[in-house]
Design a binder for this molecule. Structure first.
Ligand code: MOS
Length: 749
């Protein structure tokens, strides 16, 4: 536990308190039910996916007979007998939303589009029987020459129609080339970031159960509406016939925003067999079949005068993508709002390869983009001989530099200054490689963080029973972020009831639809819907209190009754909510609340969360072993709904930054197109020994343009720039600038 750990103050409003997770006990005792664990009344069959042994080509022959006659096997599904489904559509979707909802058919042809693409599903009485039988299937392929290597295919780069989330691929302000050519000081650097995989603790898994023509899908999903649409469109059934249940999610990080083949195959097999079917991806299969962050090559050019004022900024990104389904991460988009400069350019290009598609991965855009860009800022500061914080302050814009709208709240400078003070930034040696402690070179680094704030259309319903117990229902998910807790805090605070009176139900598509968990919008969107439902419920209660004959407030006018701290008041008289409800509405009362997607008011501002990351590293002078010693992040993200869960989000993001800077890399074999290090033994993520003292500080802030709470998104902010702070610390320690991530010791030596 570090110095800024928050404590509960019981005298204050529940919103803003570091309340422990209300679902924590269920999780740590194993009582929380995850996708693969849901029980079924009828015996379940287990599916096991067999993946393709090539990355591009077609199946020419397949022998499934030995598998079909193996003990316990009940079905083998391949492209030859798979139920009819719509064809997979064009590689570029027409509407931004369509990527979330399009049909994702299984086994629709004998074509292979990427390595380990599913070619057969074996269904058996046990998982082991299914897996064993899958090994008895023989497949012959016609292998075609594929393209798997971004670096050697750069001549094929093309401009997509738009980036993920619908941004323009290019932006141009002023005359970048002329201004850059005429600049006193220049940085012109190429950075590379590797493929990365999400690796949530809970792999993708589904139990599908049919009741007549309706299917219930127990799965691990971030956004139920996307899953429902994806399944309905693939199975060609109405959305109302699909129910998604996902009460607990063991991490998603963007890999569970859309349906994957485990879900489609479980649904198809269960319908065909008329019995429940479970399908899970193994950890190894997830490297091929659950999305990834694509490899990128980024060029950053910065031109400045000798006082460190930027004259020109260019950030150009070339990213790998799947040939069969385009995904363009919005890697340079954040820079359109970050620093002032009269001449600027951003550009996104793609190279189509014979791999699976890239997908959203925590902080899509900023994670790889800021890793490169915030290092380039450090390179510029070093060239000028200026403190990197001072450089950023000199280029602080007064309005959004490309949209030309005002910032809503922007406390980036305060984050940097407060961080510098707390971290002891004045102890940093400006000259790289000059701080030797024994056999360790010590360095300090920092970087800025920025991440856009969103609201997605969401609804909720609330019901208070005759005893004053409240149930809140919405199809929101809790992917480990603390949603259950925050929504209970919002409800309890609004109604003036204790947390123990609130029962939050999430993760069922039968509940009102929300924007789900993604894009850091979850708490604000679902929270606003719940808040509005509470407000409507309070109005209904007051109305009943005035109208019901049994009420002590009977006959009073609107305006004479009020809701104060869980009491209904009129003049000097006040009655507790539970007692009043019991008298006036023993059958209970319910209400509905909703919030729209970003309003015009919201569009009129440049609205982001901000932060500043600080890192100290020690690098062994002989071996170049890199050890992170400590890290601090100071965050300006509006009002913090729960400092404990918020802090955990930022800590988790910082740890992702450690992984991106120092170890995470999925290595694609350029000959065969498969990820060679496809498990957690060889795909390295930070472990406890890699994570030293981390600290998080939230600035006092409230953004009244954001939502009723004044909060802004934080789920992804912690990643943004965190890795760059570490990279910059390594440069400060050693004087060696590594531009090829991750920074492993061989690159520093
Ligand atoms: Mo996030 S990558 O939108 O789950």
């Amino acid at each position: 536990m570090t110095k800024s750990a928050p404590v509960v103050d019981s005298r204050k409003s529940l919103i803003g308190q570091p309340i422990d997770r209300i679902d924590g006990e269920l999780k740590v005792t194993g009582a929380a039910t995850y996708a693969y664990e849901h029980p079924s009344d009828t015996p379940v069959a287990f599916g096991y996916i067999l993946g393709a042994g090539i990355a591009r080509g077609r199946i020419t022959a397949m022998d499934t007979r030995r598998a079909e006659s193996a003990p316990g096997v009940v079905h083998v599904m391949t492209y030859r007998n798979a139920p009819a489904q719509p064809a997979f559509g064009p590689s570029v979707t027409r509407e931004v939303r369509e990527v979330f909802t399009r049909a994702r058919p299984a086994f629709s042809t004998n074509r292979i589009r990427y390595y380990d693409e599913p070619v057969a599903l074996v269904v058996a009485e046990t998982f082991e029987a299914a897996r064993g039988a899958a090994g008895l299937i023989t497949v012959e392929y016609e292998n075609e020459r594929g393209a798997y290597d971004l670096d050697s295919q750069l001549a094929d780069a093309y401009a997509p129609q738009r980036t993920n989330a619908g941004f323009q691929t290019d932006s141009l302000v002023g005359d970048f080339e002329a201004a850059f050519a005429g600049s006193d000081v220049k940085v012109d650097a190429i950075y590379t970031t590797p493929y990365e995989h999400h690796n949530p603790m809970e792999p993708h898994a589904t139990l599908a159960v049919w009741f007549g023509d309706e299917v219930t899908i127990y799965t691990s999903a971030q956004t139920l509406a996307n899953f429902r649409a994806g399944i309905a469109n693939t199975l060609q059934i109405p959305g109302e016939k699909v129910r998604i249940v996902s009460p607990f999610v063991g991490g998603g990080f963007g890999s569970k925003l859309i349906v994957h083949q485990d879900t489609i195959l479980a649904a198809l097999a269960a319908r065909q067999l008329r019995r429940p079917v479970k399908v899970a991806l193994t950890r190894q299969q997830m490297f091929a079949n659950a999305g990834h962050r694509a490899k990128m090559i980024q060029s950053v050019r910065l031109g400045a005068d000798r006082e460190g004022r930027l004259t020109s900024i260019a950030h150009e990104v070339c990213s790998a993508t799947a040939r069969f389904e385009e995904f363009c991460e919005q890697t340079a988009v954040f820079g359109r709002s970050l620093y002032a400069a009269a001449n600027r350019m951003t550009r996104h290009r793609l190279v189509g390869l014979d791999t699976n598609r890239g997908e959203w991965m925590r902080s899509p855009g900023e994670a790889p983009g800021m890793l490169a860009f915030e290092c380039a800022m450090d390179e510029l500061a070093n060239q000028i001989g200026m403190d990197p914080i001072e450089l950023r302050i000199r280029n602080e814009p007064t309005i959004d530099p490309e949209r030309n709208v005002p910032f809503s709240t922007r406390n980036l400078v305060s984050c940097m200054q407060e961080g510098a003070r707390r971290f002891g930034w004045d102890q940093r040696r400006a000259k790289p490689g000059s701080a030797l402690e024994g056999r360790k070179l010590v360095g300090f680094g920092m970087a800025a963080a920025i991440r856009p704030n969103y609201i997605g259309a969401s609804a909720a319903r609330i019901r208070i029973d005759g005893k004053g117990q409240v149930k809140v229902e919405l199809d929101m998910t809790d992917i480990g972020t603390g949603t259950y807790t925050i929504l209970a805090q919002i409800t309890a605070s609004s109604l003036g009831l204790p947390l123990s009176a609130i029962d939050v139900r999430l993760g069922d598509s039968g509940f009102p639809r929300t924007a789900g968990s993604g894009g850091s919008w979850g708490a604000a969107s679902a929270g606003s819907a719940v808040h509005n439902a509470c407000e409507t419920l309070k109005q209904k209660i007051l109305m009943s209190a005035r109208e019901a004959a049994e009420s002590p407030f009977h006959g009073l006018n609107n305006g004479q009754t009020d809701f104060v701290n869980g009491q209904i008041r009129a003049g000097n008289r006040s009655v507790g909510l539970a007692e009043l409800i019991n008298r006036i509405a023993p059958q209970g009362l319910d209400a509905h609340g909703a919030v729209e997607a970003a309003s015009d008011n919201y569009r009129n501002f440049s609205q982001h969360s901000y932060g500043a990351h600080f890192a100290e590293v020690a690098v062994d002078v002989d071996t170049a072993e890199i050890r992170l010693r400590r890290m601090l992040s100071v965050i300006g993200a509006g009002r913090i709904l729960n400092p404990k869960t918020a802090r955990s989000q930022i800590l988790g993001g910082m740890i992702w930054g450690i992984g991106a800077a120092l170890m995470e890399e999925s290595v694609l074999d350029p000959r065969y197109g498969h990820f060679v290090n496809h498990d957690l033994a060889e795909y390295h993520v930070p472990v406890s020994a890699d994570v030293p003292e981390l600290d998080v500080v939230f600035l006092e802030e409230a953004d009244s343009n954001a939502n009723v709470f004044g909060s802004k998104g934080i789920g992804e902010l912690g990643v943004c720039g965190a890795g760059a702070a570490i990279a910059n610390a390594i440069f400060n320690a050693t004087g060696t600038r590594v531009r090829e991530f991750p920074i492993t010791l061989d690159k520093v030596l």
